[in-house]
Write a protein that binds this ligand. Structure first.
Ligand code: UTP
Length: 288
């Protein structure tokens, strides 16, 4: 039986160029979807999957993201004095959610490099990776299904989603053989293939369950596409040593790191909120 997955690594040290200028001085992962920062959705999903240790990878000059998950005694005192008990409970629930460790990635040298920076913090155990931009609504939560699969198969598990053929060049794509409905053994991975050469339409999206034997492999992985150390390249090298599996997403994913995806995610989550949905729907009907 595979070890329990207790840590989640959240890489958040990228430049966020797709959504500039919003991210020029402000961390992308703190942009709000309704009233919660993008990253909080990912942390809540990880906690629901049993990962209470959060390893946040940020650039050294970003202190705001960790601050979101830390207690804020001054704010809490004001809310208490004003008798705002519901808001106080909400604020406290964010800092009580998980045990946070921050590690720094001095330069955005790629996702593989960001994951490597988290190596000491995961203490030689299997760990999850959540890319905060990919905000997923699924029941059971996607990461929980992946942890269950990891417990069964005792090998790294990637989350994949079918994407339109003309979009494969934006993702890592797997070549895989099905083990059963929605579960695959990965045969190969290619980063951003040309649609004509893509081995499938199964794209790797922002959730992984990984094992610590990936770290020495990543240390040897050279720069790949875009001059960055790609996680996909590291996984490809790891596959020479052990089987890797994939789990197909059943749920809804938004890429909140793109302009359109951010807007769609904002509307999607607002329309799920009983306190906002009726007025928002009425407003949307007045447009167009
Ligand atoms: P993305 O490529 O989606 O994010 O990386 P980005 O680089 O910030 O954004 P764009 O493409 O320029 O708009 C996926 C995740 O990996 C993190 C990002 O912060 C994001 O959460 N990342 C990426 C790192 O932590 N370090 C890196 O070197 C690259």
């Amino acid at each position: 039986m595979a070890a329990h997955v207790r840590s989640v690594v959240i890489p958040a040290a990228g430049l966020g160029t797709r959504i500039l200028p919003a991210t020029k001085a402000f961390p992308k992962e703190l942009l709000p979807l309704v009233d919660r920062p993008i990253i909080q959705y990912g942390v809540e999903e990880a906690v629901a999957a049993g990962c209470r240790r959060v390893v946040l990878v940020t650039s050294p000059d970003n202190t705001m993201t960790a601050a979101h998950f830390a207690p804020n005694p001054a704010l809490e005192a004001v809310l208490e004095k004003r008798g705002k008990s519901e808001t106080l409970a909400l604020v406290r629930s964010v800092s009580a959610m998980a045990e946070l460790t921050t590690v720094h990635q001095a330069q955005p040298l790629g996702l593989g490099h960001a994951v490597l920076m988290a190596a000491p913090a995961v203490r030689g155990e299997p760990f999850a990776v959540v890319l905060p931009d990919d905000v997923i609504d699924a029941e059971p939560p996607a990461l929980r299904s992946m942890c269950d699969l990891f417990a069964e198969l005792d090998g790294p598990v990637l989350l994949v989603e079918r994407v339109p053929r003309d979009a494969v060049n934006r993702y890592g794509i797997i070549d895989a053989s099905p083990l059963r409905q929605g579960v695959y053994r990965v045969r190969d991975l290619v980063e951003k293939p040309d649609p004509a050469d893509a081995p499938s339409d199964l794209a790797i999206v922002g959730r992984y369950i990984l094992t610590p034997d990936l770290f020495p492999v990543l240390e040897q992985t050279g720069a790949g596409a875009g001059g960055e150390i790609q996680l996909t390249d590291g996984l490809r090298d790891l596959m020479a040593q052990r089987p890797i599996y994939a789990c197909e997403l059943s749920g809804v994913r938004h890429d909140a790191g793109s302009r359109l995806g951010f807007l769609q995610a904002s509307l999607y989550f607002a329309l799920k909120r009983p306190d906002l949905a009726p007025a928002l729907r009425a407003y949307l009907r007045t447009l167009d």
